[in-house]
Structures are given as C-alpha cells and as structure tokens.
Ligand binder design. Structure first.
Ligand code: PEP
Ligand code: MN
Length: 462
C-alpha cells in the first residue's frame, strides 16, 4: 500500500517559492523555434500579464505532482490504469459549476466501471483547469471572403468571427489563470468533500435519460453498492473512500503562460510547472529540438507526448532521451493517436523500438485525434465505431507484445451533446444543428463515454 498521499500534500503543500523561478535555463526555449506561438497584439499588455502571473499563487503543489509521478509509475509497471478525459477546448463561459460537475461525474463513473470491472486502480485525470490553448493547422480562417486569424483557444483570442475577437490578447492569460483556479477549486471540493465517495456511485448517474449505457451502469452501481454494504457490515473503515485523487492536465502549448507559472520547489530548488499536475506536448509541437520539448524537459512534472501516425522509432527514442534521460518510472507518458486504420501497423514498431532502451513509459491511447472527419453537413465529427476500433487496436498491440495498455485519453463532456456520431443510442449527423457545442474538436457525450468505459473494462479484464 502507498502512504496516504494527503499527508505528503499537507507536509509539502507550501513547498513552492514565491514568484517566477529565476533560473535562466527555463528561458532557453526562447532561442528555439516556438511553433504555434501567438502574435500578441499589445506588448504592454503582454508584459503586464506575465508580470502578474509570475506572482500569483501556484494552482498545484510540488508534493501533489510527486505523488502523481508515483501513481504513473504504478501504471507503467502494469499495476494501474490512467484515465484522462475532458474538453478539447475549455471555455471561460462554460466553466460553470454544473458543467464542471457533469464532466467530473462522467470521469468518476468511467473510473468506477473500470476499477470494479477490471479490478485495477484507476488514476483519474481531467483535461481541465487549463485546457484553453489550441494548436491550429492554419494561422488564418476565411469565411465568405473575409480572412481573420484562426481561433487559438480562449487563452489567446475569442471564437467569434470578428477582428476584435480574433486579436491575440495577452490579458486573456490572466483570465485563464483565474478560471483555472475557480475550476480546480470546485474539482478539489467535489473530489475531497464527499461527492466522490463510492457510496454515491448511484447518484452520479442521475439526471440522464434511460439509455443502454446508463442501464448497464446502474447494474454495476448496484453491485458496487452491495460490495460496499458488505464491507461496511464487516467493519471496514470508509473514511478513506470519501476522497479521491483527481489530477489536472492540459496541453502545454502556450509557453508564455507555462513559464510564468513555473515555481521552484523550496525543498529542492527544482522547477515545477504549477499550472497543472500533468502537462503534455501536442502532435504539432513535439519536434525534439523545438521550444516545447526544451521547456518541458526542465520541469519536474510528469510529461506526456502525443504520437501521431508519422512517428518514427528514432523520434520516440530522441524524445525519451530529452524528456526522461534518467529513465524515471512515471515521468514519461506516450499518448498514441494514430487513427483506427493505422494503429495496428504503426504502434508495434514504436513500442518494440523503445523496449531495449531501459524505458518503461506509460502507454496511453487517444482514440479521438486520428479519427476526425468532416460530416456531409460540414461539421467536424468522429465515428464512435472508429474510436472503439482504435481502442481495440491499442489493446491488441499491447497484448501481442506483452506490454501494458496503460491508459486512455479522450475528449468528452458530461452533457448530452451531439458531436460524435454513433453509439448505442445513436447520434446522427442530423442532430448536430441542435446539440453541437464544442468550439474545437467533437467530444463523446455522457453515454458514449460510459459505453467506451465498458468496452475498455472488457478489454482490460480479459
Ligand atoms: C488535442 O489534444 O486537442 C490535440 C490538439 O491533440 P493532438 O496534439 O494529438 O493533435
Ligand atoms: Mn482536440
């Protein structure tokens, strides 16, 4: 058993120096190519925003980040499963109590299904409280003959198609920080205050219409209930179950924001990004000599890297050498997003290729980003069957190689949106006009998310 992580958090919770870390190595990225960087419209606003963010309290603490690394080391060894989920792009207006709680509940439900069905501890992590920056394939967008800067996430500019909204406004970084702080505060309250208690496993399912995934969930919840009642009758202490660890993660795309929120751990002098527990590098910014890899190689947080279908073994080895030179279990997570039609061909060579390198990364499947298509009516969508197929492929590859299929990374919402087509209570393209809400990529809705959890549970348990 692990020590109770809360003891460590209390002990080390304040072990972060005040103010931006004064370490020149943390600025080395500025001399490298910085892909996807905004062109801030106003230099004075930019300076003021960075100065402010350099002095604000950290959102997460070094001790929590260290506990997460040990949890991810368990995943790397095959003893736990990592579940990462949340919006493609969080919005400021969408950061309301109801929406945040719906998303957290969805992740807790998925985790309950997985933990119970596969008898495996689940590390729960949201794409939450910082997922505001988006990489774009084009700098501009043209509509009806008008060309404006692309939407880059609300930490950079607004979604509305006007010149004013699309301006790169550095003051948005400060709004992002405050929105992240209030979001994370609510997540902490939910997960530490009794809401995540396994004895509430039924309540997480309330408020949703009857459908196949919810019915199946009710059956599992009833079984968990029975097990809990049995344990209680046998004298088990449920105090520990009142709380659950829940970690915050986002793509570390906007280095101006990440750098300003980096602090030194006063125990060790080591830099920690304090914007989130876990940060990942996206498919478009993972070049080994680039700014993003350089910056993230210098902070102590666990780091993820997305791997698309063009990834080579050399890429992965070079990334591991930069990001995890000490081969520290839990430090490095590879998130494969190959597409359903490619994963079975591309992933085996990559997993094999790092095996001899003394590496034991966490292997995660992102079954969303390699399966994006444009629907006949123009909406960006994904087929639920492709998502399921990529997950199956991921499990097949790892089963074939004897490695651990360590986790899943999904874009989801707790709401009843229509963005991905298919599922047991199928979403059709005709539903998009009424229930398509994402500002960026299409997400699984609540019941599609649960269905996916059942699928993964079956794969993990067999
Ligand atoms: C994302 O996670 O929203 C994203 C942009 O992913 P990727 O870097 O894998 O394309
Ligand atoms: Mn996305």
């Amino acid at each position: 058993m692990h020590e109770d992580p809360r003891d460590q958090i209390l002990a080390f919770g304040t072990a972060i120096s005040e103010g931006a870390a004064p370490d020149p190595a943390l600025d080395a990225w500025r001399d490298l190519e910085v892909r996807q960087a905004p062109a801030w419209a106003d230099e004075a606003d930019f300076r003021a925003a960075v100065a402010e963010l350099s002095q604000v309290p950290p959102l997460v603490f070094a001790g929590e980040v260290d506990v997460l690394r040990t949890r991810l080391a368990d995943v790397a060894r095959g003893e736990a499963f990592l579940l990462q989920g949340g919006d493609c792009a969080e919005t400021f207006a969408g950061s309301t109590a109801n929406r945040i709680s719906a998303r957290v509940k969805t992740i807790l439900q998925m985790a309950a299904v997985l933990t119970y069905g596969a008898s495996m501890p689940v590390v729960k992590m949201g794409r939450i409280a910082g997922q505001y920056a988006k990489p774009r394939s084009s700098d501009t967008e043209t509509r009806d003959g008008v060309t404006l800067p692309s939407f880059r996430g609300e930490i950079v500019n607004g979604f509305e198609f006007t010149e004013e909204a699309r301006r790169h406004d550095a003051r948005r970084m400060v709004t992002a920080y405050h929105t992240a702080a209030s979001t994370l505060n609510l997540v902490r309250a939910f997960t530490q205050g009794g809401f995540a208690d396994l004895r509430s496993v039924h309540q997480w399912n309330r408020g949703f219409m009857e459908n196949p995934a919810h019915k199946k969930y009710e059956r599992i919840a009833a079984e968990i209930d029975r097990a809990v009642r049995f344990m209680a009758a046998a004298g088990a202490d449920f105090e520990a179950m009142r709380r659950t660890e829940f970690y915050a993660a986002h793509e570390a795309l906007l280095l101006d924001y990440e750098r300003a929120l980096t602090r030194l751990d006063s125990r060790t002098g080591t830099p920690y990004a304090t914007s989130a527990h876990f940060l990942w590098i996206g498919e478009r910014t993972r070049e080994v000599d680039g700014a993003h890899v350089d910056f993230l190689s210098r902070v102590r947080n666990p780091i993820g890297v997305k791997l698309g279908p063009s990834t080579t073994v050399d890429d992965v080895r070079a990334l591991a050498d930069r990001l995890d030179p000490e081969r520290e279990p839990g430090r490095l997570t590879f998130i494969a997003r190959m597409g359903a039609s490619k994963i079975r061909d591309v992933l085996p060579g990559i997993v094999e290729g790092v095996r001899g390198e003394g590496l034991q990364p966490v292997w995660v499947t992102d079954p969303m980003h390699g399966n994006t298509i444009t629907a006949a009516n123009g909406y960006k969508t994904r087929r639920f069957e492709d998502v399921m197929d990529e997950v199956s492929g991921f499990f097949e590859v790892h089963r074939g190689l004897g490695t651990h299929p360590g986790g899943m990374h999904v874009e989801l919402t707790g709401d009843d949106v229509a963005e991905c087509v298919g599922g047991a209570d199928p979403v059709a393209e005709a539903d998009f006009d009424a229930r398509y809400e994402t500002l960026c990529d299409p997400r699984l809705n609540h019941q599609q998310s649960l269905e996916l959890a059942f699928k993964v549970t079956d794969a993990l348990a067999h």
